[in-house]
Design a protein around this ligand. Structure first.
Ligand SMILES: [Fe+2]
Length: 156
C-alpha cells in the first residue's frame, strides 16, 4: 500500500478534511440536481435555463474534482458515494417530475445560495488549518456566487 502523504499535522489534516468533504458533498449534489433540472425544466425560459444549468453542472463537477484531489493530496480518502451524498448534502432536493421554469429559478437559486454559504463557513474554519485548501474554496465560492447572481438576476 502506498504511504499516505503527510502535508499537515494530523489534527489539522482532520479538521481540513471535514470541511473539504462537506463542500465535496454539496458540489456533487449540485451537479446531480443541476442535470435533473436541465432535463426536466419546462416553460418559456426552457432554452436559457437548460443551457445555463449545464454551465453550473460543468463547474460543479470540476470543483468537486479539485476538492477531492486536495483531500487526496492531504492523504485523506474522498467520499463521493451516492448514499453519502444523499445523507449529508446541505441542498434541498428538487421535486420528482417536470419543473416549471420559475420554480427551477427559485430552487436553483436556493441551492446555489446554500452551497455558497456553507462554503463560506468552511473557508472561515480553514483559515486556521490550511491556507491552500482555503484558497481552493475561495475560488469555488466566488464561482458559486457568480452563478447565484446570474440566477437571481432572472427572477422578477
Ligand atoms: Fe443535455
Amino acid at each position: 500500500m502506498a504511504a499516505p502523504a503527510k502535508v499537515l499535522a494530523k489534527d489539522m489534516t482532520q479538521q481540513t478534511a471535514t470541511e473539504l468533504q462537506t463542500v465535496l458533498v454539496d458540489l456533487i449534489d449540485l451537479s446531480l440536481q443541476g442535470k435533473q433540472a436541465h432535463w426536466n425544466v419546462v416553460g418559456p425560459q426552457f432554452r436559457t435555463l437548460h443551457l445555463e444549468l449545464d454551465e453550473v453542472v460543468e463547474d460543479a463537477r470540476k470543483w468537486a474534482d479539485d476538492v477531492a484531489e486536495r483531500l487526496r493530496a492531504l492523504g485523506v480518502a474522498a467520499d463521493g458515494r451516492a448514499n453519502v451524498i444523499a445523507k449529508r448534502t446541505g441542498l434541498e432536493s428538487l421535486p420528482e417530475g417536470t419543473i416549471a421554469d420559475n420554480e427551477v429559478l427559485l430552487r436553483v437559486t436556493d441551492q446555489l445560495s446554500t452551497a455558497a454559504a456553507r462554503g463560506r463557513t468552511s473557508i472561515g474554519r480553514l483559515d486556521s488549518t490550511d491556507k491552500i485548501s482555503e484558497d481552493i474554496l475561495i475560488e469555488i465560492v466566488e464561482g458559486l456566487e457568480k452563478h447565484l447572481w446570474m440566477f437571481c438576476s432572472q427572477r422578477m
